[in-house]
Design a protein around this ligand. Structure first.
Ligand SMILES: Cc1cc2nc3c(=O)[nH]c(=O)nc-3n(C[C@H](O)[C@H](O)[C@H](O)COP(=O)(O)O)c2cc1C
Length: 244
């Protein structure tokens, strides 16, 4: 095994969901910033980056959010809370950003500038067609019909309705969340991902935008041995990994 693989294996083995954090050890909150910057490098659907990361450090705000996390110890003892938030509603800004980034990139490379056409079509036409939503979800239905008829002629992506797009965005956000947690482990800190929280109250309390959805709240801090509740349990690999 390569050295990098051994190091990565050590990080993956080390990462556990820790529910009680050490209150005395120093906590370098710059590690959270570094880890979020690494999280932003996670693969994501169409590179639309429809996510935002919110750091909560203020003790009073943390106390309230911990309450909304059902008082879980993973939240009440955390040294910082990080919200991984999905922003499907930002698709217009993000596709514009991507298009401008590609235009700037190819402006400096005239010899391959013909490739820009593909990105113009992708971020200028396809993404708006894919992400556009109306209040009643009619566009999703229309997209579904188009896809249905197209499927007789060629392979198609079926996930085009409003609820499908939510899944698309949450998948990408979860990959960022995992990158963040592995990075925090590499930094010597522990994390616990949480979905057990009152999303409406958290959103309202923090004043998150209307169109946002909280993917996960991740608590962070120095680990304690008692914070790991049990040995790691997984179903046997041969019941989940198949060769076809
Ligand atoms: C999406 C998601 C939501 C989770 N929500 C909670 C939670 O609300 N509270 C909690 O204590 N653990 C939560 N967990 C942690 C899991 O219980 C944990 O990952 C699992 O038991 C495996 O343990 P390990 O992370 O130590 O390997 C969550 C994990 C994920 C991925």
């Amino acid at each position: 095994m390569k050295e990098a693989a051994q190091q990565f294996d050590a990080i993956v083995q080390e990462r556990r969901s820790v529910r009680i954090y050490d209150q005395e050890s120093p906590f370098d909150s710059d590690a959270v910033q570094r880890s979020l910057e690494r999280a932003a490098l996670a693969p994501n659907s169409s590179n639309m980056q429809l996510w935002e990361f919110y750091r909560v450090q203020d003790p009073e705000k943390m106390r309230r959010i911990a309450q909304y996390c059902m008082g879980q110890k993973a939240a009440t003892t955390a040294r910082e809370l990080v919200l991984i938030v999905v922003r499907r509603d930002l698709w217009k800004q993000r596709s514009r950003f991507m298009l401008q980034a590609y235009e700037a990139y190819y402006a400096e490379r005239p010899e391959i500038a013909h490739r820009l056409k593909r990105f113009r079509s992708y971020y200028g036409r396809l993404m708006p067609m894919y992400y556009f939503q109306d209040w009643l979800g009619l566009w999703g239905r229309i997209r579904q019909l188009i896809v249905f008829f197209a499927s007789f002629r060629r392979p198609v992506v079926w996930q085009v309705r409003r609820q499908d797009l939510r899944v698309v965005c949450h998948k990408s956000a979860a990959l960022a969340a995992q990158t963040f947690m592995l990075s925090m482990t590499a930094e010597g800190y522990a994390t616990c991902p949480m979905e057990g929280f009152d999303s409406q109250k958290v959103k309202r309390f923090l004043g998150l935008p209307r169109g946002s959805e909280i993917n996960m709240i991740i608590s962070c801090g120095p680990p304690t041995p008692e914070g790991i509740y049990n040995e790691r349990i997984r179903v046997p690999n041969d019941s989940i990994i198949f060769k076809l």
